[in-house]
Design a protein around this ligand. Structure first.
Ligand SMILES: Cc1cc2nc3c(=O)[nH]c(=O)nc-3n(C[C@H](O)[C@H](O)[C@H](O)COP(=O)(O)OP(=O)(O)OC[C@H]3O[C@@H](n4cnc5c(N)ncnc54)[C@H](O)[C@@H]3O)c2cc1C
Ligand SMILES: *[C@@H]1O[C@H](CO)[C@@H](O)[C@H](O)[C@H]1NC(C)=O
Ligand SMILES: *[C@@H]1O[C@H](CO)[C@@H](O)[C@H](O)[C@H]1NC(C)=O
Length: 580
C-alpha cells in the first residue's frame, strides 16, 4: 500500500499546479448522422451490447414531452425516457426494437419546476429535476425529504421508476416511491386525442400503485408529487465493531434507529453499525455526509487501483486483495466513511441537516481536471458489478448465517468485495406499489470486480455466484430493479404477488407496448435465454455445463461450497491446460 501513499503525495503536489477545469459525468447519449447510442453512467450495459436508437429529443415542458410521446406513437416507434446521467445498470432505458426504430426522450432539460406546497407538506417536481436540486429547494423552504437513495446523481422520475431507496423501517420507510402522493404520466392516445395524453393520478387512483414504480414501461412521467416533512436534523455515529451478531441484531437495530444501516466486511469480521437518529433543529451541528465512495477521486489513483486489481487478478493474488481490503476498511474507519463535522471529521456524533446527511455525490461537481467519479467510463478507473438482493425481513438472518458458513471456509475469499463496500445492509418497508415490496424488507448490496473483457473469468467469482444464488433462489430475494446482472432476474415475475395487476395497468395505459423493449420483455416475461459459451461469466446465465464457464482458462461449472444446489464457475487448477 505504500505505493498508494507515495502516489497520494505526488498527486497532492500535482494538484497545486493543475489548471482548474471540471470532469463532470458525460452525457449518456451520443449521436451522429446515422443515429444515436445510449449508455448508462458506467458506459456499459449489463449485456455489454450497445443501445442504438434512431433519434433523441430534449423536451423542456410537459407539453413538449407530450408531443414527443405523440411523435413516437404516430410513427410507431418504441420509446423510452432517460435522465441526464442514466444511472441505472440494467438496460431498462433502452427502447431497443427489432426494427431499430427506437426513440429516446431525455429529461435532461425538463428540470426546472419544483413547486412547494408547505401548508400541505407536498412538493411537485418536473420528472427531470435532479435529486440534489430537489433536496436543496425543499430544505430552503424549511422542509425535508425523508427518504432518498444515498447517491444524488439521479432524477426524480428515474429514481422512483426503479424503486430507489435509502434505509428506514420507520414511518413510510426508506423507499422514495412510498412518498409519492400524485403523478402525471403521459401515455399514448388515439389520433383524435392528439396521439398522447396526460393522466393525472392522485393518491387514491389504483393506477398510481402501478405508475409510481414502473420501470419506464407505462408512459413518460412528467410530474411527481411527493410528501415531505418539516425540516429536521440527524445525528450519526458509525460503530466499527465485530460481526458476531449481525443475524440476531439487524431487526432491533433497524427498529431502534430511524435511519439505521449495517455495512458488513466479512473478510475482516467487521460490521459497521450506523446509529442514525433524527434530532431537533436546535441540536448543534452543521455536518455533512460526503460519502467517500462518491467523492471526486484522483484519476491517477482510480486508475492505479484498477491496475492493481487487474494485476492481482492475473497473478491470482488473493493476499493482495486482502491487503487492499484492509487498507480500504481502515481508511473508511479513520475518515468516518466521509462524514464531516465541518470541513473535516473531528469526532462522533456528526450532527447536520437532513438535506446534507441522507444523500451525497460530490464527484458530480468535481472542479478539477484530474478528479472524477471513480467509475467514470472515460478513464481506466473502477469497473465492477453491483448485485442487490431484497429479502423478506424474516428470512434475512438465515441468509447471513449461510454466508458466514461460506466465509468461515476461507475468509480471504471475501476480500474482493471488501475492497468495495462489503455487504451494505439497508431497510425498506412494505409498499403498495405493485412492483414494490409486499412486506418489510432488508436490502443487501455488494460490488465486485468486473473484467474488461467478458470472457475473462475472475478471482473468487464462484463465491459471489454462490451468494447470489443463495439470495435469489434459496431465499427468494428479489433483485433491485436498477442493479444486478441478468441472471438475478430469473423468475422475477413469480416473486411479486401483484405482478398481474402491474400487467393489467400496462394494458390499460400502453396497450400497443410502445414503452416495451426487447430487453424488458425478455427480463420480465421470459425465462433463461439461450445459453451461449461463457454466458455465466457475465451473469447472462447460470451455468449447467462447463462451456458456460471457461474451460480453456480452467473455470468449470461446479456445485456451491455450502449451498449445494448452486451452480457456479470455479477455478480447478488441474483443468488449466498449461498447468496440468
Ligand atoms: C453510484 C450509484 C449509486 C446508487 N445508489 C443507490 C442507492 O443508494 N439506493 C438505490 O436504491 N439505488 C441506488 N442506485 C441506483 C439508482 O438510484 C437508480 O438506478 C435510479 O433509477 C437512477 O435514476 P436515473 O434518474 O439515473 O434514472 P435512469 O437510469 O435514467 O432511468 C431509470 C429508469 O426509469 C425510467 N425513467 C426515467 N425517467 C423517466 C420518466 N420521466 N418517465 C418514465 N420513465 C422514466 C427509464 O426509462 C429507466 O427505465 C445507485 C446507482 C449508482 C450508479
Ligand atoms: C428527431 O426528432 C425530432 C423531434 O424531436 C423530429 O422533429 C425529427 O424529425 C426526428 N428525426 C428523425 C430522423 O426521426
Ligand atoms: C459498538 O457495538 C458493540 C457491539 O454491539 C457494543 O458492544 C459497543 O458498546 C458499541 N460501541 C458504541 C460506542 O456504541
Amino acid at each position: 500500500m505504500s505505493t498508494y501513499r507515495c502516489l497520494l503525495g505526488v498527486i497532492h503536489i500535482f494538484l497545486l499546479i493543475q489548471a482548474i477545469d471540471a470532469i463532470v459525468p458525460p452525457s449518456p447519449l451520443s449521436c451522429n448522422p446515422s443515429g444515436c447510442n445510449l449508455k448508462n453512467s458506467y458506459g456499459v450495459w449489463s449485456d455489454r451490447k450497445d443501445c442504438h436508437i434512431l433519434n433523441v429529443t430534449y423536451p423542456t415542458t410537459e407539453e413538449e414531452l407530450r408531443l414527443a410521446v405523440a411523435y413516437a406513437n404516430q410513427n410507431g416507434f418504441k420509446v423510452k425516457v432517460v435522465s441526464k446521467f442514466s444511472h441505472t445498470i440494467p438496460k431498462w432505458a433502452c427502447p431497443e426494437a427489432a426494427s431499430g426504430n427506437g426513440f429516446v426522450i431525455s429529461t435532461e432539460k425538463y428540470d426546472s419546476g419544483v413547486e412547494i406546497d408547505a401548508a400541505n407538506l407536498v412538493v411537485t417536481t418536473d420528472a427531470g429535476v435532479g435529486l440534489r436540486q430537489l433536496i436543496d429547494k425543499v430544505e430552503e423552504n424549511g422542509l425535508s425529504l425523508v427518504a432518498a437513495p444515498y447517491w444524488e446523481g439521479v432524477s426524480v422520475g428515474g429514481l422512483i421508476s426503479t424503486g430507489a431507496h435509502g434505509s428506514s423501517w420507520w414511518g413510510k420507510g426508506g423507499a422514495v416511491h412510498d412518498y409519492v402522493v400524485g403523478l402525471s404520466v403521459i401515455v399514448p392516445a388515439s389520433r383524435s386525442e392528439g396521439y398522447a395524453k396526460v393522466l393525472r393520478l392522485e393518491a387514491k387512483d389504483p393506477l398510481l400503485n402501478a405508475a409510481k414504480l414502473s420501470l419506464g414501461m407505462l408512459g413518460a412521467i412528467s410530474k411527481v408529487k411527493l410528501s415531505v416533512e418539516h425540516r429536521f436534523k440527524r445525528s450519526i455515529t458509525y460503530n466499527f465493531t465485530d460481526d458476531a451478531h449481525i443475524e440476531d441484531m439487524y431487526v432491533s437495530h433497524a427498529k431502534k434507529y430511524e435511519f439505521a444501516d449495517i455495512d458488513w466486511y466479512p473478510s475482516k469480521h467487521t460490521a459497521v453499525y450506523r446509529y442514525d437518529s433524527r434530532v431537533p433543529l436546535t441540536a448543534a451541528g452543521d455536518g455533512v455526509n460526503d460519502f467517500i465512495g462518491f467523492q471526486p477521486n484522483s484519476i491517477l489513483i482510480s486508475e492505479s487501483v484498477r491496475a492493481s486489481e487487474k494485476l492481482m487478478e492475473n497473478t491470482r493474488s488473493i493476499k493482495g486483495k486482502c491487503t487492499m481490503a484492509a487498507t480500504t476498511v481502515g481508511y473508511k474507519k479513520v475518515a468516518a466513511n466521509g462524514l464531516k463535522n465541518g470541513l473535516i471529521f473531528t469526532g462522533y456524533p456528526v450532527v447536520g441537516y437532513q438535506g446534507k446527511m441522507q444523500t451525497s455525490g460530490s464527484c458530480l461537481y468535481s472542479t478539477r481536471i484530474d478528479t472524477a467519479c471513480a467509475w467514470d467510463p472515460r478513464i481506466k478507473g473502477l469497473f465492477f458489478y453491483e448485485s442487490t438482493a431484497i429479502f423478506p425481513a424474516s428470512k434475512f438472518g438465515d441468509f447471513i448465517r449461510y454466508v458466514k458458513k461460506l466465509r468461515d471456509l476461507n475468509p480471504e475469499n471475501f476480500c474482493g468485495i471488501d475492497i468495495y463496500n462489503g455487504f451494505l445492509i439497508r431497510f425498506i418497508k412494505a409498499s403498495d406499489a405493485y412492483l414494490g415490496q409486499s412486506e418489510d424488507s432488508v436490502v443487501v448490496d455488494f460490488n465486485y470486480y468486473r473484467a474488461d473483457d467478458p470472457t475473462t473469468p475472475r478471482l473468487n467469482q464462484d463465491v459471489w455466484e454462490e451468494v447470489e444464488q443463495l439470495a435469489f433462489f434459496k431465499y427468494g430475494a428479489k433483485p433491485h430493479w436498477a442493479k444486478n446482472r441478468n441472471s438475478a432476474f430469473l423468475g422475477v415475475q413469480n416473486k411479486y404477488p401483484k405482478f398481474n395487476q402491474f400487467l393489467a395497468a400496462k394494458k390499460q395505459m400502453d396497450p400497443q407496448g410502445l414503452f416495451s423493449s426487447k430487453w424488458s420483455e425478455e427480463i420480465l416475461y421470459e425465462m433463461e435465454a439461450e445459453k451461449a459459451d461463457g454466458c455465466a461469466l457475465e451473469g447472462m446465465c447460470i451455468c449447467s455445463e462447463d462451456r458456460h464457464c471457461s474451460p480453456q482458462k480452467g473455470y468449470l461449472c461446479k456445485q456451491g461450497l455450502v449451498y449445494q444446489e448452486a451452480r457456479v464457475c470455479r477455478l480447478s487448477v488441474s483443468a488449466i491446460p498449461s498447468l496440468a
